[in-house]
Structures are given as C-alpha cells and as structure tokens.
Design a protein around this ligand. Structure first.
Ligand code: XMP
Length: 510
C-alpha cells in the first residue's frame, strides 16, 4: 500500500525540496497549502505530516495558520522553521518577535541524542533560518538542540510524536538532514519504502487500463522526456489502443523527427508522423516578435493536432505529460506575476475536442520521470536529453525566420552538441544550443572578403531552469566548435559565446 507523507506549505522556497527528499527515501509525499482542512487531511490519511518553513513571522497580521485538529489527529508531525514556531505557538508556547533574520550556516549542539538526531554527532552543521525565537516551550516539550544564538534550535514532545527544527533538514547545506528525515520517516512514523518506479508503474498501468477499457488513446509525442515516458506508460496499459501523433513543425533539431519516429516504432508504438514544415514556416513568414511566434506556433500546433486526432476512430482519451510541479497548489505569496515568456503546450485541447485527459505523470517530479523511464527501458539518450522549448528553433532564430537560417542553425547546433558530447560535458550541462543572429559581419576566407551571419553558443548550468549560470566550457571545446561551424556551415562567418546569467538574462534569447 502506498503511504503518503503530507507536506503542508507555508510558502517556503524549500517546500518542494522537502517533498523530494522524502520521495528520495522511498516514501511518497504530497504538498498541500496551509489552508488544507482536517477533513481533507483525513481523506489523504497521511503516515506523517511535515510543516514547511515560510517567509512570515507568526506575529505578522494574517500570518498563515493551520487547522488545529490536524495537529491533534495523532499523526506524527515535524515542523520546520516557521512550521516549528507555529507548532510552538499553537500548542501554548511563546515566540518572541525579532526584526532581524539570520539565514545561513550554523552549528547545533544536540541536547538529546534520540528521535530525530539518532546517529547524528554533536555538534552538527545545519542551514539555519531564524528570525523570531522560541522563548518558552509548550507544556510537555523539551529543547533537543541549541545554537549560540538560538537556545531552542529543535524541539520534541516528551510523549507525542511532535518534532520541530528551527533549521532546514531538507537542504544540502544540512549534511545530516537526510538522516534526520530518515529518522523521522522510518523510526518515528513507521513508514516503509514503498515509493519505487516499479510500484508506481504497476499502479498507474492498472488504473489507466481500467479507465480506458476498450477505447483508444491518443498522445502528442514531442520527442522530449515527458511525452515519451507518458506514451511508454500508456502503451504498457493499453497496448495497441495507443496512437501517438508526432507533428513535425520543421523547427526541431537536426534529424530529431526521424530519431523520434524510429525509436518509438522500434518499440512497437504506432506513431503517426505529420510533416508540416511548410505550413509552420508559411505562417511565421515576416513575423519577428517572439511572443507572436509562440502564439502562431501554439495555434497551428493545436489545429494540426486536432485535425489528425479526429481522423483516429474511437479515440476518447488524450494522454498528456503534465508533471507534479505544474499541479501543486502552492501557498506562495500571491501577487501579480509578469509574463516574461508564454510557454505553450497542448492545453485547451481536451475540452475543444471532447477528450478525457490521462495524465499519468501528475504525481512525479522530473527526476522521478527519468527513473520511471529507465524502468520502462527508454534509451538513456532520450531520458537525458536537454530541455527543448515547445516553439523550437523558431525562438533561436532572432527576428524573422527563413528556411536558409533554419538550415544553418540546425547544422551549427548539431556540431556544437556533438563537440559537447565528445568532451563528456553534455550531462553536466542543463541546456546547450546555438542561436542564429541576423547580423552580418565581415571576415576573410582564403583571399576573399566574406560578409556572413553570426552564431551564438549558449550553455547553462541550472537545477530547475529558474535561475542559471553560464557553463564554463573549456576554451579548447569552444575553439573546436567554432572552427567546425565556420568551416562546415556555409553562411556563418563568426561564432560568439554567451556569458550571461539568469537573471537578468533568460536561457533562451527570445
Ligand atoms: P527562459 O528562456 O525563460 O527558459 O529562461 C526557461 C526554460 O523554459 C524553456 N522555454 C520554453 N519552453 N515553450 C516551452 O515549452 C516556450 O515558449 C519556452 N521558452 C523557454 C527554455 O528552453 C528553458 O528550458
């Protein structure tokens, strides 16, 4: 039976880390906002509850709170940072307000070696986040750790399974954090390691099978990890009742369309390939605004997909590779988020076409998708492929798109990726790609003057694509790439390397 650890979110930037750390230990975890009610929690029937940190002070007006019945339900609870202070306050202790906030490395002295700290040596390095201070513990509680500046750095109830840490066990800067979480999950809450790719596949396959019955399922294949794993999972469940549609926009990387179709056909999945390069290039003619490009591609993609899907008889379901980070209801600070780039997918299709949605990856984080893919024997090359934007190379040709520019870009990009792979750097980089710049510069080749275009090389390291640093690719690799591009791609006379971070730059140029 799948056990669930419930992570209640108070707006911390680390909430997803908590959920991931728990899953890495082999226990399923789910995130809910702090407004979750005791009844909802009861339905989830969690084996343990973790209260996240958050940016608020318990003294703030309208500070996020929690339905008290959740704490009283007898389920083991661990409060982290804000979560600990909230626990202390709700159970009758006292938290003193402070205007300062201390954030960073600290050392705790462990006062009580059992419970969370079993097997951890004192003093231990931790990542502290500490503004307000616990000055009086609620009845029945003892302090289990302290630091030089915080006399109460961790707490536990003497009889009930309620624990708190002022520091963050879920971040890498707390080296013993994994062990503390493991103590909480297995020794304290009695969880079992039941969250494995194999167990996940088994349960998803059974439920998709039951839902689909004898109808057919269609899936939009993009060549990326998410849609590939989705297709492979649905295939396990419904066999040949799955039909994949692969819309080739002509905006993919060199040879990618052929690779995708070959790989899937070889594994027995029916792929309907639709070549629509002309249509896409036609609609994009004369368009140079990036958002306009995205809109056109999104719209045309849906139109083509809709047309193709209608021709598949008996299709009642649409399988889509939505991931957990897209479905989490977060407690994060409300406010106007500015659209920097609209990221298109096939959203909106199911309603228009009257299809029922199957989203087998809704519970997974990206790294888990890869593990599931591995268990389904999807080739490593595909699983470890760098992320690729939906609008494809259209947003890597700055300004207006032409067939010639597209061709040059594809070839330059293939050379770049080839050199990065040869240098053993591909898996260390989040994303690497070439960008076509519509500027012409002067050069000499042989005895002739040239007046050719520029290719910019971009490579970034990142953990989630939200922030990124430029990759420090060795000069020899850049040199080889540049020489090859200028020699092998006619029309390119200059190669430059992008050394901007995100923020303020973005990963893509458009
Ligand atoms: P930026 O450029 O915003 O990119 O730093 C962050 C990540 O998102 C990808 N990206 C897109 N993905 N449709 C997509 O599906 C888009 O329009 C789009 N724009 C950017 C980008 O490749 C990077 O991984």
């Amino acid at each position: 039976m799948k056990q669930t650890v419930l992570v209640i979110d108070f707006g911390s930037q680390y909430t997803q880390n908590i959920a991931r750390r728990i899953r890495e230990q082999g226990v399923f975890s789910e995130i809910k906002p702090h407004t979750v009610t005791a009844d909802e929690v009861k339905k989830i029937s969690p084996s343990a509850i973790i209260l996240s940190g958050g940016p608020s002070s318990v003294w703030d007006e309208g500070a996020p709170s929690l339905d008290a019945a959740i704490i009283e339900s007898g389920v083991p609870v661990l409060g982290v940072c804000y979560g600990m202070q909230l626990l202390v306050r709700m159970l009758g202790g006292e938290v003193e307000h402070s205007d300062g906030r201390e954030f960073g490395p600290a050392e705790i002295e462990i006062l009580d070696g059992g419970g969370l700290f079993s097997g951890i040596r004192s003093p231990a390095a931790v990542w502290m986040s500490h503004g307000d201070r616990v000055v009086r513990l609620p009845e029945g509680f003892v302090a289990t750790a302290r630091t030089a500046s915080a006399p109460v750095a961790a707490v536990r109830h003497e009889k009930r399974k309620i624990f708190g840490t002022q520091f963050h066990p879920e971040v890498a800067h707390t080296p013993g954090g994994g062990e503390m979480l493991s103590n909480f999950l297995f020794n304290i809450a009695g969880c079992e390691k039941s969250w494995t790719p194999e167990a996940f596949i088994e349960s998803v396959v059974a439920s998709v099978k039951e839902r689909v019955g004898s109808s057919r399922v269609i899936c939009a294949l993009s060549g990326g990890v998410d849609s590939s794993v989705t297709a492979a999972l649905v295939r396990e469940a419904v066999g040949s009742a799955l039909v994949c549609i692969f819309v080739d926009t002509g905006l993919l990387r060199l040879g990618e369309g052929d690779d995708v179709v070959r790989m899937f056909s070889e594994s027995g999945i029916e792929v309907k390939r639709v070549n629509e390069e002309e249509r896409f290039l036609g609609k994009l003619k004369g368009v140079s605004d990036p958002e306009e490009k995205r809109k056109i591609i999104g719209r045309e993609f849906i139109a083509v997909f809709e047309r193709e899907a209608k021709s598949i008889e008996g299709a009642e379901f649409l399988a889509q590779g939505t991931l957990y980070p897209d479905v989490i209801e977060s407690a994060s600070v409300p406010g106007a988020a500015v659209t920097i780039k609209t990221h298109h997918n096939v959203g909106g299709l199911p309603e228009r076409m009257n299809l029922k949605l199957i989203e087998p990856l809704r519970e997974l984080f990206k790294d888990e998708v890869r593990r599931v893919g591995r268990a389904l024997l999807i080739p490593e090359v595909l699983l470890n492929r760098h992320p690729f934007p939906g609008p494809g190379l259209a947003i890597r040709i700055l300004g207006e798109i032409s067939a010639e520019a597209l061709d040059m870009l594809k070839r330059a990009d293939a050379i770049y990726i080839d050199e990065i792979r040869k240098a053993g750097l591909y898996d260390k980089i989040w994303q690497a790609f070439a960008v076509f710049l519509p500027v012409r510069t002067v050069g000499v080749m042989g005895d002739n003057r040239t007046y050719d275009n520029v290719i910019a090389l971009r490579a970034v390291t990142s953990t989630d694509g939200m922030t990124a640093d430029w990759a420090k690719i060795p000069p020899e690799v850049l040199e080889k790439t540049s020489t090859r591009i200028i020699n092998e791609v006619r029309g390119i006379g200059r190669v430059v390397y992008d050394i901007s971070t995100k923020p303020p730059g973005t990963i893509e140029w458009e």
